[in-house]
Ligand binder design. Sequence first.
Ligand SMILES: [Zn+2]
Length: 216
Amino acid sequence: MDDRPTLALKRGAADAGGEFRSPALERLVRALARLPGLGRKSATRIALQLLRGAGDPAEELMTALAEARLHVRTCGRCGCLTEDDPCAVCSSASRDATVVCVVALPVDVLPFERAGFYRGRYFVLGGLLSPLDGVRADDLPFARLLERFDVDGVREAILAFDASVEGEATALYIQRLLADRDVRLTRLATGIPVGGSLAYTDEATLLRAFQFRRSL
Ligand SMILES: [Zn+2]
């Protein structure tokens, strides 16, 4: 016998949105359902797969999660996710510290690094201004952004935000913030579809958007 939770299900519990009789299983489903993009139905499917799937996927997930928690950190300079602080981009002598690409989330760095044409550095804001969601200027590290600009003598900042209301608001805020500094401020050209996500933009589109970036 194994000690995994008994799958004592109420009939049709998963589909009907009811609760499992096993408190342990119910807790697992609820924890999974809190993850972005997962509803209760998907969470239930994943929970059952983890507990009863071939090859003990739960063990693999627990190991991967433990290692990621242990090793992954945020780069103190740029905010990218890394195992070394400063990250490889910030500590590379071949990357131009005076050109900074400002992005919303760590995942937004990936298409640039995948495409390989960009030789500057990054600054991850950790979000975009969104008064409706309660994200205000005080919640984002704009002070640290300015400090980075001053320390590194940044001469160009490329704003690479999704084409959204939040992206526009954040670009406008940074434009005002940099008004009295001698920094060329550019924004990725159109090409990234409105409402589309930068993180999943293909390389050709990203390169075109970068080459035709417009000054603000
Ligand atoms: Zn870094």
